[in-house]
Write a protein that binds this ligand. Structure first.
Ligand SMILES: [Zn+2]
Length: 205
């Protein structure tokens, strides 16, 4: 806790005064262009890796960057996405998975989840990722399989997203674009899913 309090003191003393005008403007409302759905993992810091500012990103985080399907009971994720798209009118929705994701490791070794009924239950949203793996990836080493499953999970969650009628409508009306991303913690690089190529490619050269 001490580290956090010290950090907040530094923010109040050194950083807030420099951005006072920006924060005063933001205090009146927000108009983020992007909804960023990513994992709760502490190593993903969206404002750092994208160099975004307060007010830029509407962020929804949970273990495994999951988006439950429309048929599931409404929860925090569904409510957050609905609000972002229908009220804030975000233009872009990014689902971003990442390397070394614990949820994907759990998917690969579910026997480790004894005594974690909520995690086991949550994992059902990720399980369809297995269906995206081909024979080569299924027989590959652990790291390759982990990456393939993480990529696949991003596509699963984008598919889950499209199970919501208002999302399909927003996309068809050109109000919303969706993007599948993968963040590599080791290199700091982001990959994006290229629909035409059917694979993840670097976001920047
Ligand atoms: Zn994760």
């Amino acid at each position: 806790m001490q580290k956090l309090i010290k950090g907040h003191k530094h923010f109040l003393k050194e950083l807030f005064p420099q951005r006072r005008d920006q924060f005063h403007l933001l205090a009146e409302g927000q108009a983020p262009e992007t909804l960023f759905v990513t994992c709760a993992d502490s190593r993903i810091v969206p404002d750092l890796i994208l160099q975004t500012q307060p007010g830029d990103l509407f962020i929804c985080r949970n273990a495994g960057n999951v988006i439950p399907r429309a048929s599931e009971p409404a929860g925090g994720v569904s409510a957050t996405i609905e609000y972002a798209v229908e009220v804030l009118g975000v233009r872009h929705l990014i689902v971003c998975g990442h390397s070394d994701c614990g949820v994907i490791r759990a998917l690969m070794a579910p026997q480790r989840l004894k005594g974690l009924p909520n995690v086991v239950d949550w994992l059902q949203h990720v399980e369809p990722a297995w269906k995206y793996l081909g024979e080569v990836e299924n027989n590959a080493g652990e790291l390759t399989r982990h990456t393939a499953l993480t990529h696949a999970n991003v596509l699963v969650q984008l598919d889950n997203l499209r199970s919501h009628g208002y999302i399909r409508q927003a996309i068809s009306e050109g109000r919303l674009e969706t993007h599948g991303w993968y963040y590599d913690i080791l290199t700091g690089r982001i990959e994006q899913f290229d629909q035409a190529l059917g694979k993840f490619i670097p976001l920047v050269d």
